[in-house]
Design a protein around this ligand. Structure first.
Ligand code: SF4
Length: 220
């Protein structure tokens, strides 16, 4: 990280203290890590043993190589719908089993200044597990996903996260207009990956959701 970036990191650290308080008021736990290495250690340390862990589609988690680290934890079974060789039907079945996993690890698409988590999902197993099922939900969220309010969250997801995810997944045969021009057209495409908006206002089970905030940019 260049020296020119230092004020941004300092601002994010100060802002994180506010976000941790806001999430706490919504019965969610949170912690802040300024570096990638610290965030990885923090997240891995929150996974109990023994435990089953469901893998969700997340560039934030996958980009850090965390799935291999989680798979290597003693006593941990990683439920991996992306495992090589699985048929689409078998992958779907792993996702269904994942709704009863001990731990779900993923990210969020946006976090508002008052502590609301905003997500847009395609197959929707990720948001389903965030809401109910897994005993613990661990979210790795880069501070680049912090936005002022819900309106800004929707805008962020539609202008950045959703088109970028479409481009990432284009090789799977998606035929969505954002892949061509990088803009969301609020389409009705058969291969649309934007099917479920979920705003998490709070957790009925205190600290079931733990947000690990990460100072450096992570995911999109
Ligand atoms: S709604 Fe359609 S155009 Fe917009 S990001 Fe999703 S798939 Fe792309």
């Amino acid at each position: 990280m260049s020296a020119a970036y230092a004020p941004v990191l300092a601002q994010r650290e100060k802002l994180a203290a506010h976000l941790i308080k806001q999430l706490g008021l919504r019965r969610m736990a949170a912690s802040y890590c300024s570096t990638v290495q610290a965030a990885k250690a923090e997240l891995l340390g929150l996974i109990p043993s023994p435990a089953s862990v469901i893998r969700c589609g997340s560039e934030s988690v996958g980009g850090l190589g965390l799935w291999d680290d989680i798979r290597a934890l003693p006593g941990v079974t990683l439920l991996d719908p992306y495992a090589p060789g699985l048929t689409p039907g078998e992958g779907l079945e792993v996702r269904r089993q994942g709704l009863l996993a001990d731990v779900q690890v993923c990210s969020a698409n946006a976090l508002t200044l008052d502590g609301r988590l905003v997500n847009l999902d395609g197959s929707s197993n990720r948001v389903a597990g965030m809401l109910f099922g897994p005993r613990k939900v661990l979210l790795l969220v880069g501070m680049n996903k912090v936005v002022a309010d819900l309106e800004a969250a929707y805008a962020r997801v539609r202008t950045i996260a959703a088109p970028a995810n479409n481009i990432r997944l284009a090789g799977l045969g998606l035929k969505n207009p954002c892949i061509e021009d990088g803009r969301c057209h609020n389409c009705r495409s058969e291969t649309k990956i934007c099917n479920s908006w979920v705003v998490i206002e709070g957790s009925s089970v205190k600290d079931r959701i733990h947000v690990v905030l990460m100072g450096e940019d992570l995911g999109y």
